[in-house]
Design a protein around this ligand. Structure first.
Ligand code: GDP
Ligand code: GDP
Length: 438
């Protein structure tokens, strides 16, 4: 199921980055193992006890101009309110209660989102307690004294954070309709596509109140089947100013992708595929989602018999980490090929849930090993004992080997290709877990 989203909000220098790093540990990378994509500290996957959540730093405030800090904080808080399940509001015990904090606290309180008040830099717990109590005046609950730098109090604070999860989790509905997120840079035509689908679809439409987030999902019926498009309100309510901020665009993408089965990555044909498209697609790849690349505005470019080929080449090159993705060329304006979107989505949903019998997998494994000898190092050769599929969404395989260090990325890739040669798995990433068995 989709992971809860926790956002950190607070003035510059209260210690947001420090907390983010302390909680995220090694997991800070926007797209791990995804070549060609910049690492970025906007979100991270965090595990605490048995809980998993996505941590978001709404950051991005310029600390130098104090007169704009409040307006930027409001913007930041609004992003958190729009996207998060739980908000960590961070203040600094050394600076005490500041007017801007009170104003943002008012805003957060009105949103009725769960807010955890983290009072940072309480390095000396006993001594700082009287100052910590001052923050009761914010009227958003018990202050949690922490030291992000000293990694103190984090456990108690996280207990409060995850305490809000279970309630929210229960609101999550049992539902087997495919969930689709339409993502992409600003102005590529995401809302135009949604509007066209809504307009052409007579049987429609029920707005589904989202989870605890302010997202509104929309069900579209197509060919007698219902599809849930995630956060269509966010797409259609134009808030270009916020969308223009790359950080906000990424945060919106992460939160929508988390809840999706299939992610439609929209690219602008006029502009061509860019690194930012790769970054956005990388989020879906990283999270193991089904992926469909849709090149929009196909009406607006001049074409000859090589145009599709050229576009495909360029996209394969820029999105080289996801060769399995299907690519479609559409026009939201004319409606060209939009109906085919649903066929693609159906196929991808099926592939995301496909299970391969262990016997068949092991046949493929032994054939592959016979065709290409596994790598060796210092006289020791990799042995592959056994492969089995352990889960779906994405299809996940465990391979048992004699020595994990010998299992090169390239050999895993080779085996993946062998499996894909037989079963396709178009539109879905595959995950491989390598285990040792002596
Ligand atoms: P941000 O602007 O909110 O992301 O703040 P940073 O994480 O960059 O931290 C601002 C400053 O506060 C840095 O110099 C940190 O080293 C310092 N800092 C962060 N957490 C703590 C803490 O728990 N105790 C103390 N004494 N300093 C801290
Ligand atoms: P979003 O920001 O990704 O939701 O993009 P919009 O749907 O707002 O579209 C941005 C601009 O591209 C608008 O001016 C649209 O009219 C235009 N546009 C969207 N789809 C198409 C298309 O298929 N062909 C052409 N020529 N223009 C399009």
């Amino acid at each position: 199921m989709s992971k809860p989203i926790v956002a950190i909000v607070g003035r510059p220098n209260v210690g947001k980055s420090t907390l983010f790093n302390a909680l995220a540990g090694e997991n800070i990378s926007i797209v791990k193992d995804t070549p060609g994509v910049t690492r970025d500290r906007i979100y991270a996957d965090v595990e605490w006890l048995n809980y998993q959540f996505t941590l978001i730093d709404t950051g991005g405030i310029e600390p130098d101009s104090s007169d704009v800090i409040l307006s930027q904080m409001r913007e930041q808080a609004q992003i958190a309110i729009d996207t998060a399940d739980v908000i960590i509001f961070m203040v600094d015990v050394r600076q005490g209660l500041i007017d801007a904090d009170s104003k943002v606290a008012d805003m957060l309180r009105r949103s009725r989102k769960p807010v955890v008040l983290a009072v940072n830099k309480a390095d000396n717990y006993e001594k700082s307690l009287p100052d910590v109590y001052e923050f009761y005046n914010l009227g958003i609950g018990d202050p949690q004294p922490i030291s992000a730098a000293g990694k103190q109090g984090l456990g108690d604070m996280l207990d409060v954070v995850v305490g809000y999860f279970t309630e929210n989790g229960q609101e999550e509905r049992e539902d087997d309709r495919p969930r689709i997120a339409v993502v992409g840079k600003p102005n590529v035509g995401k809302s135009s596509i949604i509007n066209k689908l809504l307009g052409e679809n007579r049987v429609i439409v029920s707005d589904i109140a989202g989870t605890t987030r302010d997202a509104i999902d929309t069900a579209i019926t197509w060919g007698g089947r219902e599809y849930v498009f995630i956060d269509t309100a966010g797409l259609r309510r134009k808030n270009k100013i916020k969308e223009e901020l790359e950080r906000y665009s990424i945060i919106r993408t992460v939160t929508a992708v988390d809840r999706a089965d299939v992610v439609v990555v929209v690219i602008d044909a006029v502009e061509g595929v860019t690194e930012q498209d790769a970054k956005i697609a990388g989020i879906a790849h990283d999270r193991g989602k089904g992926i469909l690349v849709v090149v929009n505005k196909w009406d607006a470019i001049e074409k000859d018999d090589k145009t599709v080929y050229k576009y495909t080449e360029k996209i394969r090159e820029t999105l080289s980490f996801m060769p399995y993705a299907e690519i479609m060329f559409v026009s939201a304006q004319t409606g060209q090929r939009l109906a085919k979107l649903f066929d693609m989505i159906d196929m991808i949903v099926q592939n995301q849930s496909m299970r391969i019998a262990t016997g068949v997998l092991n046949e493929i494994l032994s054939e592959a090993v016979a065709l290409q000898q596994p790598p060796s190092d210092k006289g020791k050769r990799l042995k592959l004992y056994y492969i089995t599929q352990v889960s779906v969404k994405p299809p996940t395989f465990v391979i048992f080997v004699n020595d994990r260090a010998l299992m090169h990325f390239s050999y895993t890739r080779y085996l993946e290709n062998k499996i894909r040669d037989t079963f396709g798995f178009r539109g879905t990433p595959l995950k491989f877990i390598i285990r040792e068995r002596k």
